[in-house]
Design a protein around this ligand. Structure first.
Ligand SMILES: Nc1ncnc2c1ncn2[C@@H]1O[C@H](COP(=O)(O)OP(=O)(O)O)[C@@H](O)[C@H]1O
Ligand SMILES: O=C(CO)[C@@H](O)[C@H](O)COP(=O)(O)O
Length: 472
């Protein structure tokens, strides 16, 4: 059997697959994202470590002796400073963190030829600006660190004692040369960053180490199990759901991503959307990344003291368009399409008769509109009319799915792989040990665009951001 561990933003998921690709066990354990200062987003890697043991034990149960390999996937872009044994020197700085606005200046000052090789918009929350911030503001952990790692790479170091990264995660750091397919050595030198902090890069589907005795004991698995390098969560999800070149995936988790798989690297000439390496060699994907999906909805739901069930129930009682109430979900700033870490959340148009349901529905509509802006930013990279394959923990509710279809004007389909990133991680474990699994490619219709009722709301949403952008 193959075990996939997906280190998400809000929880770690463990998925056990047999060699026919059937799920034999599944579990997840949550952990917090903290904001010790406004605009920060951090997690304690020790919480990830505890979640890894608990989720693995719950998913694997009595089948531990049958596991032959472990694969990893994880949230992208952040950075964990650790010593050589994987002891974190401070909390992890995550993708949703916007403290490094000043540090973007150093990236913008790179010669155009080097910036071009990064092939991506220069945005906060990526390892490059976060490392520049650490160098300037926390020189002690920065200079004492042996490694600067992506979250899943930190987990693998803890599991195996070996440090490595893979192209899909490395290409999301703004320290990777997508044209040469290696770390961007010249940019690193110009930025004055310690290049030796970055680990060697191995293919996603290679064995990157073996479970140490201590880690095996911690997870309840056999010592010495091969651990695959693994991939970034978005790349792993594309693999795990069997996405073919040209197909489009919509993932709704803490953030939301719209991705299309490519077999050539086509850099966005407007540099508003991302291009990253996929989990397989010679594949890339174009990505619109919206920062505030489940993250914003969860915040609103908690604020209004609603369970998810109540949230949808009350939202459905409010009319589409919420009688003019409009929500901008930019609680952590926004990446695609605004590339604006200073953007903020807003409810605009409140009136005396508005109830909780209006506020909740406006939040759902606002997140859906932000996804539509992401879809539009991808432009011709997305085949016209292509259905969107749905994945992620925030995409299961039929009312929400119908709203997404209506707002995005696209059919949504599902695959038989709800935990796509964890499945991708398990598939990479299989590849690493010579057990390639077939990926189910079947699609089930979820929702069709039925109603243009959101058109006016979408125009008002775009107008609201434009009018407020200088105020943020
Ligand atoms: N019914 C729901 N509707 C919308 N969002 C939800 C729902 N249930 C959970 N979520 C959100 O989905 C996110 C969890 O999805 P998941 O794919 O596990 O994310 P991650 O990988 O970021 O941890 C959380 O932000 C949570 O608030
Ligand atoms: O930011 C991106 C992609 O650019 C995400 O892939 C993050 O890695 C977070 O993923 P979730 O934890 O929200 O699934």
């Amino acid at each position: 059997m193959l075990l996939g561990l997906d280190l998400g933003t809000g929880s770690l998921k463990a998925l056990l697959l047999d060699f026919d690709g059937q799920v034999r066990g599944e579990a997840s354990r949550p952990y917090p994202v903290t904001a010790p200062h406004p605009g920060w987003a951090e997690s304690d890697p020790e919480d990830w470590w505890r979640a890894a043991a608990e989720a693995t034990r719950a998913a694997v149960g009595p089948l531990a002796s049958q596991v032959v390999a472990v694969g990893l996937s994880g949230q992208m872009h952040g950075v964990v400073l650790s010593d050589s044994a994987g002891q974190p020197l401070r909390p992890a700085i995550l993708w949703a963190d916007s403290r490094s606005v000043q540090e973007l200046g150093a990236l913008k000052a790179l010669p155009a030829s080097l910036r071009h090789r990064l092939a991506n918009p220069l945005v906060v929350g990526m390892a490059a600006p976060s490392l520049l911030w650490l160098e300037r503001h926390e020189p002690r952990p920065y200079t004492e660190a042996r490694w600067a790692l992506q979250p899943k790479d930190w987990l693998r170091l803890r599991l195996t004692g070996q440090a490595a990264s893979d192209p899909s995660d490395a290409s999301g750091t703004l320290l990777y040369d997508l044209l040469a397919d290696t770390w961007a050595w010249e940019a690193l030198e110009r930025l004055g960053l310690r290049a030796e902090l970055l680990p060697p890069i191995l293919p996603s589907g290679a064995v990157a180490g073996h479970l140490t005795r201590a880690a095996a004991h911690w997870l309840g698995l056999p010592e010495g199990l091969p651990v695959a390098t693994g991939a970034a969560d978005t790349a792993a999800a594309l693999l795990g759901s069997g996405l073919a070149v040209g197909q489009v995936q919509l993932t709704v988790g803490s953030g939301a991503q719209i991705a299309v798989l490519l077999d050539t690297l086509q850099i966005d000439p407007t540099l508003r959307t991302h291009r990253y390496r996929a989990a397989r060699p010679q594949q890339w994907y174009a990505l619109a990344a919206m920062q505030n999906a489940g993250l914003a909805l969860e915040w609103v739901r908690n604020l209004l003291h609603l369970s998810w069930e109540q949230a949808y129930q009350e939202a459905q009682q409010a009319p589409a368009g919420c009688d003019g109430l409009c929500f901008l979900p930019y609680l952590t700033g926004e990446r695609t399409p605004h590339l604006n870490p200073l953007a903020r959340g807003v409810w605009a148009g409140l009136r005396l008769h508005h109830q909780r349901g209006h506020l909740m529905r406006a939040a759902l509509e606002g997140v859906a509109y932000s996804l539509r802006e992401g879809l539009e930013a991808l432009g011709t990279a997305i085949p016209p009319q292509a259905p969107l394959r749905l994945s992620g923990g925030g995409s299961q509710e039929p009312f929400w799915q119908q709203m997404l279809s209506d707002v995005l004007g696209r059919p949504l389909v599902s695959t038989p792989t709800p935990s796509a990133s964890a499945r991708g991680a398990a598939l990479l474990a299989g590849m690493a040990v010579g057990i390639p699994l077939e990926v189910a490619r079947s699609e089930t219709p979820v929702s069709e665009p039925q109603n243009p009722i959101y058109e006016e709301g979408y125009q008002r949403y775009k107008q609201l951001y434009r009018q407020l952008s200088s105020w943020f």
